[in-house]
Each structure stands twice: as C-alpha cells, then as structure tokens.
Design a protein around this ligand. Structure first.
Ligand code: HEC
Ligand code: HEC
Ligand code: HEC
Ligand code: HEC
Ligand code: HEC
Length: 192
C-alpha cells in the first residue's frame, strides 16, 4: 500500500512538473514596454493593417512602425489612458523608439518574406498570426531561457496536430502548409 501511494504521488508530481512546471521554468515572461491596442486603431482610428505594416511594391516589409509614425496622431494625448500618456511623454516627445519584442521572431538563420506570402500568395495575416491584429492589448512575450528565442516559434503546445494559426511556426509548420499547397522552397529558400 505504502509503495503504491509513493508511486502515485511520484507520478502526480512528475505529471504536474511536465505539464505545468517545465514550461514555467523554460520560459521567462517579459511584458511589452507599452500596452498597444490594435482594435482601437482599426475601429476609432479607421486604420488598416497596411497603414502601419505595409508590404511595399518592391517587397520590403515595414515590420512594426517607428515612433515617428505614431506622432502624426499622438503629438498630444487623444484620450485619457495611461498607455497613451506613456507613449506621448516617454516615446513621441523625446523621439525614442519603443523596444517591441517580436512574438513571431525566427532564429537568425531563417529568412522569411512577407511579400511572397501576402502579395503573391494573397494570404491573410490571420493565417499565420491568429488574432493578434485585433487584440485589445499586447500580451506578454515569453523568452526561452535556453535558446533565447520567442515561445511563439514552438507555440504553447507540444503536439503539432490541429495547430491553430499563431500557435507556432516551427520548420515542420512552414513545411506542412507548403506540402498542402504544393510549394517547394528548398533549404536555401528558408535559410541563409
Ligand atoms: C497604428 C499602427 C498599427 C496598425 C494600424 C496595425 N498594427 Fe499591428 N502592430 C503595431 C504595433 C505598434 C505593434 C507592436 C506591439 C504589439 O505586438 O502588439 C504591432 C504588432 C503586430 C503583430 C505582432 C508581430 C509579432 O510577431 O510580434 C502582428 C501580427 C500585427 N501587428 C498584425 C496587424 C494586423 C493584422 C493589423 C490589421 C488588422 C495591424 N497589425 C494593424 C501597430 C499597428
Ligand atoms: C491615424 C491616427 C493614429 C496613429 C497614426 C496612431 N494612433 Fe494610437 N490611437 C489613435 C486613436 C484614434 C486612439 C483612440 C483614442 C481614444 O479615444 O482613447 C488611439 C489610442 C492609442 C493608445 C491608447 C489606447 C488604449 O486603449 O490604451 C495607444 C497606447 C496608442 N494609440 C499607441 C499608438 C502607437 C504606438 C502608434 C504608432 C505605432 C499609434 N498609436 C499610431 C489614433 C492613431
Ligand atoms: C505565412 C505566414 C505569415 C503571414 C501570412 C504573415 N506573416 Fe507576419 N510574420 C511571419 C513570420 C514567420 C514572422 C517572423 C519573421 C522573422 O523573424 O524574420 C512575421 C513577422 C511579422 C511582424 C514583425 C516584423 C518585425 O520584424 O518587426 C509583423 C508586424 C507581422 N509579421 C505582421 C504581419 C501582417 C500585418 C500580415 C498581413 C499583412 C502578416 N504578418 C502576414 C509570418 C507571416
Ligand atoms: C519552409 C521553410 C523551411 C525549409 C524548406 C527548411 N527549413 Fe530548416 N528551419 C525553418 C525554420 C522556420 C526553422 C526555425 C524554427 C525551428 O527551429 O523549427 C528551421 C530550423 C532549422 C534547423 C535548426 C533547428 C532544428 O530543428 O534543429 C536546422 C538544422 C534546419 N532548419 C535545417 C534545414 C535543412 C537541412 C533543410 C533542407 C533539407 C531545411 N532546414 C529546410 C524553415 C525551413
Ligand atoms: C499557412 C501556409 C504557409 C505557411 C505557414 C508558410 N508558408 Fe511559405 N508559402 C506559402 C505559399 C502558398 C507559398 C507560394 C507563394 C507563391 O509563389 O504564390 C509560399 C512560398 C514560400 C517561399 C517561396 C518558395 C518559392 O516558390 O520559391 C518561401 C521561401 C517560403 N514560403 C518560406 C516560408 C517559411 C520560412 C515559413 C515558416 C516560417 C513559411 N513559408 C510558412 C504558404 C505558407
């Protein structure tokens, strides 16, 4: 009986560690420097994704906009929120860039072109980024303590079946979509 109880306690302990403890130890939570609200800009600001994240005709992707472009509307606060006050006083007025953490950032040896996917294949942002573009707050960023990479490369789930958009973008995830669509990129299409 004692042995059985000890075994069950041990089993419960290792399951708890595996499901809950390990991910918490592996990833360090880092808040974004500023709370950014995507939804309010689409609704109240009547903006489109391309107003800030343009994919130019020459293929250049704007990425996350620089502070100067925020200043066009936020030279003075428009509303009363704390986040906007921080934006105006700590970034726009002193012309300082926000040190945004990029959730989907891939390792250095990967190259990824938005133009190929967004312009040529006419894919929607949501197909890879999920609901980030309509979120009301910038969720915390999780950094892998071993590799230094963003958690979003692996995603929050270990099992790759039925992966939802935004839940991970490992090599196998790029390739499983390519296989579905009959695209062949080759090692050097995706790596440098
Ligand atoms: C007013 C400018 C602005 C507009 C308009 C805008 N964004 Fe953003 N976007 C930002 C800023 C600032 C960030 C960085 C903060 C964050 O991650 O929430 C960001 C981050 C993102 C990210 C996170 C990238 C990553 O991996 O870290 C995605 C995805 C994104 N935007 C998609 C969209 C989509 C889709 C739309 C249109 C529905 C859109 N954005 C409209 C300013 C904008
Ligand atoms: C075209 C004008 C426009 C541009 C450009 C713009 N914003 Fe805004 N922003 C708005 C409007 C409109 C609101 C809503 C103000 C309100 O009524 O509270 C807003 C609100 C905000 C808020 C407060 C929202 C909240 O709920 O806390 C933040 C923070 C913010 N913007 C950040 C940014 C950043 C960062 C950029 C540059 C990447 C940017 N904005 C560019 C129009 C703009
Ligand atoms: C096929 C998948 C895919 C699609 C579709 C896609 N993205 Fe991305 N996005 C990525 C990947 C992968 C990265 C990371 C690239 C890297 O690290 O080099 C990324 C990075 C970003 C970033 C951060 C860029 C930076 O370096 O600062 C933003 C912002 C972003 N995407 C917005 C968008 C928007 C807006 C759309 C729709 C117009 C879009 N993405 C469509 C996969 C995609
Ligand atoms: C469709 C795009 C794509 C293709 C094709 C591709 N890779 Fe990758 N590869 C990635 C991405 C994205 C990552 C980073 C995310 C990760 O670690 O899974 C990666 C990571 C890696 C890594 C380091 C991480 C790991 O899984 O050990 C190696 C090594 C690698 N790739 C080798 C290759 C070789 C060799 C080929 C050709 C047979 C190849 N890749 C083809 C996208 C691709
Ligand atoms: C959800 C689907 C999807 C995902 C995920 C995806 N891709 Fe793609 N990719 C496509 C499609 C569709 C094309 C074909 C574009 C065309 O030529 O019309 C493509 C084309 C490419 C090409 C050009 C291949 C050529 O024709 O030469 C490269 C390189 C590439 N993708 C890299 C990546 C990398 C790296 C990732 C992961 C970080 C990724 N893709 C994730 C759908 C996807």
């Amino acid at each position: 009986m004692r042995v059985l109880i000890a075994f069950l306690l041990g089993l419960a302990g290792s399951l708890a560690f595996g499901w809950w403890g390990f991910p918490h130890l592996l990833y360090q939570r880092e808040p974004q420097p500023l709370q950014y609200n995507h939804k309010i800009h689409i609704e109240k600001g009547s903006m489109e994704c391309s107003s800030c994240h343009e994919v130019a005709a020459d293929g250049q992707f704007a990425g996350i906009p620089r502070t100067a472009s925020c200043g066009a509307c936020h030279a003075e606060p428009l509303g009363k929120t704390e986040a906007e006050k921080i934006l105006v006083t700590s970034y726009v007025a002193p012309e300082r860039e926000v040190d945004w953490k990029v959730y989907s950032r891939q390792p250095m040896n990967v190259r990824f072109s938005h133009a190929v996917h967004v312009n040529k294949a006419e894919m929607k942002c949501e197909e890879c980024h999920g609901g980030r573009g309509s979120a009301t707050a910038a969720e915390p960023f999780y950094r892998n303590r071993v590799t230094g990479e963003s958690r979003n490369v692996w995603g929050p789930r270990m099992i790759r079946v039925g992966l939802k958009p935004g839940e991970g973008m490992k090599m196998s995830d790029c390739e499983s979509c390519h296989a579905q669509k009959g695209v062949s990129a080759g090692c050097l299409g995706c790596h440098r």
